[in-house]
Design a protein around this ligand. Structure first.
Ligand code: PLP
Length: 427
């Protein structure tokens, strides 16, 4: 073996995995066990005291999960990672590790709807305040930072309209103020964008979407970039102060550039408990092997469909950064030259009624709330996910009455176009 770092497609298949030492099994087994036998009492004591690495209990770690963690860390270029039961639980563990009551963070206003709820409602119960910034005017992030701010949070490719974000510009603000930049890389995946190369410190994923890729398993991931100094400001005591339950260990001092991933595991996952099931970790590992192939096909199909829609007489507008005239086209070329992703929105001249008719007329597309499946998916946000909002709020969220969101699958592109064509004919 040469010393060279393998390419992305090789890592997607091999990173973290080797034949099972006990059986020779080539595929990573599903280690469906809750506990692990200790060698002896000393071994058990050193595991519990964080003096040695090893399996104790599947709420904290599991060998199938460990392979998935190593693989995603390699694909993102991070130092370590932690898998969780869902994308939302990964976000919860990240903020649990860095926030105390009365502190705040600045997040992009345009996010996955579930993240807007989690930050704006659930986090209030912990006394963690979210402030909203506009990624099209990065000064709105900086102007809201004060001495209680602990992080900045953005999506690399934002829901639901498929907009690329200038990660470097926001990373510069984070660095200037001594804050970690957290990037949700779910919609882009590391195949398209590697945020750690552009100034991010922590990556979060919903593995439920493109990385698992088959719409069959929930999962989340936290990737530690190893770039942030958790001790400098004294504002991150979970990492920089002695932990009484681990015999006074200071996590940042002991674990250095992977201390954040360790803290999320041994303080967050241990106490809050959203462990990924070994079966789901296995399913997602299998999906991950074809990520580069699928992602390219998703993008190639999406540009074909977006281009076709933009010439259709019943379509008012298409928001897809891969199209030459799109306001996000320059950012896409800079951050994601392989493609513009597979989730985007378009508007129908017929408004709300037309949106409902279209969704009902589609046959190949599935009408549901997920995205990043091999199958093409459609949703009309105004009559479903954003139903409770006023028209004004819907428009602000990028989900006006005429808006339809597509997640383009990896079927034959002419079949996807044909389905849209027959459904549009009925509108
Ligand atoms: C789905 C999604 C999440 C939440 O992940 P779950 O696995 O559903 O908990 C977070 N961010 C983005 C961008 C998503 O698409």
């Amino acid at each position: 073996m040469s010393q060279k770092i393998p390419g992305f497609s090789t890592l997607a298949i091999h990173a973290g995995a080797k034949p099972d030492p006990a059986t020779g099994a080539r595929i990573t087994p599903i280690y469906q066990t809750t506990g692990y036998v200790f060698d002896d009492a000393d071994h058990a004591a050193s595991l519990f005291g964080l003096k040695a690495f090893g399996n104790i209990y599947t709420r904290i770690m599991n060998p199938t999960q460990a392979v998935l963690e190593e693989r995603i860390a390699a694909l993102e270029g991070g130092t370590a990672a932690l898998a969780t039961a869902s994308g939302h639980s990964a976000q919860h563990l990240i903020f649990h590790t860095i926030m105390r009551p009365g502190e705040n963070f600045v997040a992009a206003r345009k996010l996955y709807g579930g993240s807007i709820n989690q930050f704006g409602h659930a986090f209030q119960n912990y006394g963690w305040e979210v402030r909203w910034g506009d990624v099209n005017d990065v000064s709105t992030f900086e102007s809201q930072i004060d001495d209680k701010t602990r992080a900045i949070f953005i999506e690399s490719l934002a829901n639901p309209g498929g907009e690329f974000v200038d990660i470097e510009a926001i990373g510069n603000i984070a660095r200037k103020h001594g804050l970690p930049l957290i990037v949700d890389n779910t919609l882009a995946t590391p195949y398209l964008v590697r945020p750690l190369e552009h100034g991010a410190d922590i990556i979060v994923h919903s593995l439920t979407k493109f990385i698992g890729g088959h719409g069959n398993s929930m999962g989340g991931m936290i990737v530690d970039g190893g770039t942030f100094d958790w001790s400098k400001s004294g504002n991150y005591p979970m990492l920089s102060e002695p932990r009484p339950e681990y015999g006074g260990v200071v996590l940042h001092e002991t674990f250095g550039n992977f201390a954040f991933a360790i803290a999320c595991r041994v303080l967050g996952l241990r106490d809050i408990g959203p462990a990924i099931s070994p079966f789901n970790a296995f399913q997602i590992l299998t999906g991950c092997e074809t990520l580069p192939l699928r992602m390219q096909r998703h993008c190639d199909n999406a540009i074909t469909v977006a281009g076709w829609l933009s010439n259709h007489p019943k379509v008012a507008w298409v928001s897809y950064p891969g199209l030459a005239g799109d306001k996000n086209h320059a950012l896409q070329k800079r951050y994601s030259p392989r493609g513009a992703g597979a989730v985007f929105t378009f508007g129908l001249k017929g408004g709300y009624e037309a949106g409902v008719k279209l969704v009902e007329g589609l046959e190949l597309f599935s009408h549901l709330a997920n995205l990043g499946d091999t199958r093409s998916l459609v949703i009309h946000p105004a009559s479903t996910t954003h139903r409770q909002l006023t028209d004004e709020q819907k428009i602000a969220a990028g989900a006006g009455p005429d808006t339809v969101r597509l997640s383009i699958g990896i079927e034959d592109s002419n079949d996807i176009v044909a389905d849209l064509e027959q459904a549009l004919a009925k509108v």
